[in-house]
Ligand binder design. Sequence first.
Ligand code: 5GP
Length: 175
Amino acid sequence: MDPNEPRIRTLITEGQITARIRELGAEITRDYTGRHLVLLCVLKGSFMFTADLARAISLPMRIEFLGLRSYGDGTRSTGVVQITQDLTQPIAGEDVIVVEDIVDTGLTLNYLLDLLRARGPRSVRVCTLLHKPARTKQPIRIDYLGFTVEDQFVVGYGLDCGQRYRNLGYVGVVE
Ligand code: 5GP
């Protein structure tokens, strides 16, 4: 290993993530029995979580992708959000689950929820892999939560630092 490469300290193992996603998938399957779902993957961070969560849900579903860019100084969000890729089909009348990688201040998700509600879905719920409650600026109802983390910058399992580390199978902290 390159000695100049930063070390990543594991916070949540691949096994813990797999087990928790199995539980979340079962819960969602139970809650939406008899319905069709739209799983809305918020790019880029939640691509891996969405892929695993989708396979843990036994319901008919459509998977949509929404590209968002949050402005900030790299590690801090400002709540100013630009859509870089919009949905390919309408969500009017649909049961939508927004799949997020992490809810930090809540500003990004709050903006996104307003935008989605204006499009007339039947329901919108939020499923996030991670939540940092210590940093909440805008309280948001999280319907399905993977793990709570402390106030530290995490990477892996879809989450990046300067576009790196998204491919790690676990969640960790850059040291
Ligand atoms: P919020 O608007 O809730 O403060 O931030 C949401 C977005 O900021 C997340 O979707 C994610 O892209 C980014 N973010 C917040 N905290 C972290 C973190 O600890 N690690 C990484 N990689 N991204 C984060």
